[in-house]
Design a binder for this molecule. Structure first.
Ligand SMILES: *[C@@H]1O[C@H](CO)[C@@H](O)[C@H](O)[C@H]1NC(C)=O
Ligand SMILES: *[C@@H]1O[C@H](CO)[C@@H](O)[C@H](O)[C@H]1NC(C)=O
Ligand SMILES: *[C@@H]1O[C@H](CO)[C@@H](O)[C@H](O)[C@H]1NC(C)=O
Ligand SMILES: *[C@@H]1O[C@H](CO)[C@@H](O)[C@H](O)[C@H]1NC(C)=O
Ligand SMILES: *[C@@H]1O[C@H](CO)[C@@H](O)[C@H](O)[C@H]1NC(C)=O
Ligand SMILES: *[C@@H]1O[C@H](CO)[C@@H](O)[C@H](O)[C@H]1NC(C)=O
Ligand SMILES: *[C@@H]1O[C@H](CO)[C@@H](O)[C@H](O)[C@H]1NC(C)=O
Ligand SMILES: *[C@@H]1O[C@H](CO)[C@@H](O)[C@H](O)[C@H]1NC(C)=O
Ligand SMILES: *[C@@H]1O[C@H](CO)[C@@H](O)[C@H](O)[C@H]1NC(C)=O
Ligand SMILES: *[C@@H]1O[C@H](CO)[C@@H](O)[C@H](O)[C@H]1NC(C)=O
Length: 302
């Protein structure tokens, strides 16, 4: 029982260490990133040191997982996967201080992995002295979209009109949402074009075709899931524009409040009118006939 308890404790500590050791890095496509691996507080001699950087999530790496290998003070290129050739570098001046971080140049889509550094030291025998994991994912913010729509008064109600929403240089592929701001419902896009630039980022163009109404308030959202970012632009009918234009600032919240106030006022007026009418009717009837409910209602009318 006690042994088992210790076993669980060790397992727990092991998991805890694995979890806390995993660092997450988000990089833009095309950037250079430093994958961190630090074992401080000791001086190392490079002669008896081995440093392996490898891919730790092995699903789609195939047989090759070595990102960088340093053996007895020398980079061993024959072990390195071809996709990382000439793209990695250790910080030579820092190795002796226990900084085994790896610089990876020009990151791209298929570099998205969990990486692991394994540091081994040979004194009498070879043993692992340090391990660390780094999770690398790519992301870039999308630019604020440019929303183009029909020019005011250039269409008639019921006619089909086209909106387009364009946003640039983001990563990964975004979700696009079109929202009818009049009733906050989702509209579905009619067409979606995406192009990838040499540096890996995307530009997107989404189009929406709808039947025109007299008051169109439409917002287009570009969502980046990795960054948990939304960028958006508005179209409102009051927009003065020649051809394309970005969102302007008619405030629908205000006009919504106005409409609400008007509705409340009309209901109040209607109710007052009805009360007067009913009371008048009761008065007329009560002179001949008095019932229990009638009596009660009469008090209200006094
Ligand atoms: C990445 O490093 C290379 C080589 O030092 C340099 O030429 C390039 O400008 C760097 N790229 C970025 C995005 O900093
Ligand atoms: C690299 O490692 C391989 C396998 O361990 C070994 O055969 C080769 O000699 C090493 N090359 C260098 C330059 O150290
Ligand atoms: C790496 O660089 C060397 C020398 O600059 C070059 O000969 C080799 O072709 C390059 N390898 C790759 C895979 O780019
Ligand atoms: C390790 O070296 C890298 C590259 O010079 C540096 O950016 C980083 O701050 C160093 N880390 C520590 C803990 O010294
Ligand atoms: C937006 O919602 C309003 C109110 O439900 C509706 O009348 C209008 O047709 C909708 N506009 C579009 C473009 O679907
Ligand atoms: C979208 O892409 C298709 C082909 O992939 C092309 O025919 C169409 O013209 C593009 N639409 C726009 C608006 O660029
Ligand atoms: C990627 O390339 C596009 C166009 O070629 C450029 O506008 C954009 O700034 C680049 N993005 C990054 C992150 O380098
Ligand atoms: C972005 O906006 C859309 C539409 O309003 C919403 O469904 C989504 O949850 C938002 N995403 C984030 C990360 O805020
Ligand atoms: C679009 O209008 C809504 C109000 O309906 C506002 O909350 C939002 O900030 C506006 N977006 C932009 C990009 O101006
Ligand atoms: C449209 O553009 C013309 C010139 O290109 C300009 O004279 C006119 O004022 C513009 N109209 C609006 C509504 O912006």
């Amino acid at each position: 029982m006690k042994r088992r308890g210790y076993g669980f404790l060790l397992l727990f500590l092991h998991i805890l260490r694995a979890v806390t050791a995993l660092e997450k890095i988000v990089s833009k496509p095309g950037e250079n990133v430093t994958l961190s691996c630090i074992y401080p507080g000791r001086e190392f001699s490079l002669d008896n040191l081995r440093v392996y950087w490898q891919i730790a999530d092995d699903e789609d790496t195939g047989p090759c997982s070595v990102v960088h290998a340093l053996i007895s003070g020398q980079d061993n290129e024959s072990l390195q996967c071809s996709q990382f050739k000439n793209r990695t570098q250790l910080f030579w001046d820092k190795l002796g201080d226990g900084n085994f971080s790896l610089l990876l140049f020009n990151v791209r889509r298929n570099d998205e992995h969990t990486y692991q550094c394994v540091v081994m030291q040979t004194i009498e025998y070879t043993k692992v002295i340090h391990q660390e994991q780094v999770d690398l994912s790519l992301a870039a913010s999308y630019s604020q979209p440019i929303l183009s729509g029909p020019i005011r008064n250039s269409y008639s109600t019921g006619e089909e009109v086209t909106f387009s929403c364009r946003s640039d240089n983001g990563y990964p592929e975004p979700n696009v949402y079109w929202i009818n701001r009049t009733d906050n419902t989702l509209l579905s896009q009619s067409d979606f074009n995406i192009t990838q630039h040499p540096n890996g980022t995307y530009s997107v163009l989404s189009t929406l075709k709808v039947k025109a109404t007299s008051d169109m308030q439409i917002e287009c959202f570009i969502e980046n899931k990795i960054l948990q970012e939304n960028t958006s632009a508005n179209y409102t009918e009051e927009m003065q524009s020649n051809g394309s234009s970005t969102g302007s600032h008619k405030d629908p919240a205000k006009s919504g409040q106005g409409a609400q106030a008007a509705a409340v006022v009309s209901v109040v007026i209607l109710m007052a009118f009805l009360t007067v009418l009913i009371c008048w009717l009761w008065r007329r009837r009560s002179s001949q006939l008095v019932s229990y409910t009638g009596n009660k209602a009469l008090h209200l009318c006094d």
